[in-house]
Ligand binder design. Sequence first.
Ligand code: SAJ
Length: 445
Amino acid sequence: MIKEEIKKQIEDKTARIGVIGLGYVGLPLVVEFASEGFEGIGFEVDRKKVEAINRGESYIVDVPSEDVAACLESKKLTATTDFSKIADCDVVVICVPTPLRKTKDPDMSYIIAAGREICKYMRKGQLVILESTTYPGTTDEVLQPMFEEAGFKLDEDFLLAFSPERVDPGNPQFQTHNIPKVVGGVSEDSTDAASFLYSKIVESVHSVSSARVAEACKLWENTFRAINIGMANEMAKLCKTLGIDTWEVVRAAATKPFGFMAFYPGPGLGGHCIPLDPHYLSWKARQHGFDSRFISLAEEVNSNMPEYVIELASEALNDDRKPVNGSKVLVLGVAYKKNIDDMRESPALSVIDLLRAKGADVVYHDPYVPEVTFDHAYTIGDGEPLSNQELTDDLISDSDCVIICTDHSNVDYKRVTELSSLIIDTRNALDEDTRNGSKARIVRL
Ligand code: SAJ
């Protein structure tokens, strides 16, 4: 059985660690292993990423270039597009994307492609770990049969486990080493070896009984967020109906020191995880005839928020005897959440598209996002790209309505309230003093 041999290589750090996919998950991971004295080999299909790493440059916010350079210096890190080097690795960790198809079904193509590359170069004695977020059953139903069909026997020739990534890009407090790692193997030996490996780079490892438990754990974590954000969004509509300040209610509820976790309403659900991960769970559930209604309801509520924002803007412009059609609207902040430049699934894209479909003349200002493009398959407006406009006095005062979609910290909101006539604040970006001193009419979620 190969478990003891692999654990010995891990103990004396002769184990060569291959990481497939050098994005916001894979690059921090391979650098963490290399920094701990393991030889790390990064596999990427994107040659530009490989060349950057081999020049000692990082393209991931949480990985300083100095760390990459130091690992190169110590000859503990190389990046390559040559997947045949998988044969040299004792451990192979898969960190590839798991997007959704347009039909909201899981797109497993990246995991399958990585599995096929491993099959080509696999040899006896390797530990394979999947980190990409995916539905429960992927590791033992998709990857394990691939390796067995290639002639390898579990526990005798290879070990296989799942360990969810928990990277929170830009989070200064939690980085790879101090985020507890959940690990579940398709066999006891696999769980044991994979847990031992991660114990060398992470302060706390939580082993579970199977890969499916580990896969389900990750989806539970992120579905929890999507559903609670959905509840916050529904509460915002309910409070407005009752004439109650939503934000004041949440702030008050958050004083409860136990049994409550604050979530806040917003213009919708953005990012590369939360809008997508629950669909991996509900898709798998449907294969077994189970309808996960909370996931569907959260999706319905969250994906309706851009329309709700447009309703608020339309009603407010109507009060000024202005149709949306022909109105000048300034969207403030388009990234999917504050103080980052990431646009993936950003609800601001839907807000802009819906405004354009109603004939509004839309511009945006976002200090982090130089340009916005639209996927024509999804747009109902004209879908033309937009570029960031400087936040000049004229840009603000010329707008019939300002919609704050993302509450970046480095925007002078006081000036916006002094120069604009109508503001729709979807993020509670305007504090009480700013609101009280405002010349503009302010409508909040
Ligand atoms: N959002 C709300 N209201 C909230 C919280 C979030 O509308 O109360 C919106 C955000 O504006 C954003 C979307 O939901 O558009 C997702 O926000 P997020 O805070 O969940 O941010 P993400 O997508 O960066 O989530 C990541 C996740 N990390 C991983 O999946 C590894 C998530 O598990 C983390 O909990 C989250 O970061 C975090 O805590 O910041």
